[in-house]
Design a protein around this ligand. Structure first.
Ligand code: ADP
Length: 228
């Protein structure tokens, strides 16, 4: 699904150059749920931005479904729209849109017909237990409910890859558990691949594999809990 070959990333701030990722080589298989962990500053966000095709200015090679990605913003934008979904710590729902409209948005971008959109949005809202809140605006919903909407929005267009940045960090334990289970359940039927940056053991214990970063390098790959 995703292959990194010797990927490095430098940030330039004035005269100072900071190497945020150092020669990352890694392969992520279809259907894996990868937990990306490591202390603050270890490179998680940088790697997540590259996985999400949001940052194209890295060194080395990245392959998506076996195809080498060039530094082509237009191509990456189309891949993002069609094949990727995103879940953020702070939900990032559009406040003026209802739950239904937020979830519908990726389908609109992908030019799915109106009748099919309605059916797919209601189906996934039902799957995340939020059908009765379809017409609610985000500010009428709890954090857990908003994150369920955000999960529905990330998965409604059946992306191949979902990128999640601390998706459970703002949630209580019970809700965090529900959100993780939803991501797993909905993703399973479509062989969705997940890359999830997390400090949260409630999240990482559900991952099929953990990648631990330290100082921009992969420290260890293990199936056990992550030490953040
Ligand atoms: P994490 O997500 O694990 O906290 P980051 O990927 O945000 O780590 O950061 C990795 C390193 O890159 C850190 O040393 C950080 O200071 C640096 N860094 C991140 N973003 C920028 C930026 N936009 N400009 C300069 N340095 C940055």
């Amino acid at each position: 699904m995703l292959q990194f070959k010797q990927v490095s990333k430098y940030y330039q701030t004035g005269q100072i150059q900071q190497q945020a990722l150092k020669h990352i080589s890694e392969q992520i298989q279809t259907g894996e749920m990868i937990g990306l962990c490591g202390p603050s500053g270890s490179g998680k966000s940088t790697l997540l931005n590259i996985c999400g095709l949001l940052d194209l200015s890295y060194q080395g090679e990245l392959y998506f479904d076996g195809h080498k990605l060039d530094n082509d913003p237009q191509h990456c934008m189309i891949l993002r729209r069609q094949q990727l979904g995103f879940v953020f710590q702070r939900f990032n729902l559009v406040p003026v849109m209802s739950a239904f409209e937020n979830v519908e948005y990726p389908l609109m971008l992908n030019k799915v017909a109106t009748s099919e959109r309605k059916q797919r949005v209601m189906q996934i809202l039902d799957a995340v237990g939020m059908a009765e809140f379809a017409h609610s605006k985000p500010d009428r919903l709890s954090g857990g409910q908003q994150q369920r909407i955000a999960v529905a929005r990330a998965l409604v267009h059946k992306p191949r890859l979902v990128i999640a940045d601390e998706p459970t960090a703002s949630l209580d334990s019970h809700t965090a558990h529900q959100v993780v289970e939803l991501m797993k359940d909905i993703g399973k039927s479509h062989q969705t691949t997940f890359v999830i940056a997390t400090h949260d053991s409630r999240m990482s214990e559900h991952c099929s594999r953990l990648i631990q970063l330290q100082d921009g390098q992969i420290l260890a790959k293990e199936a056990a809990a992550c030490v953040a």
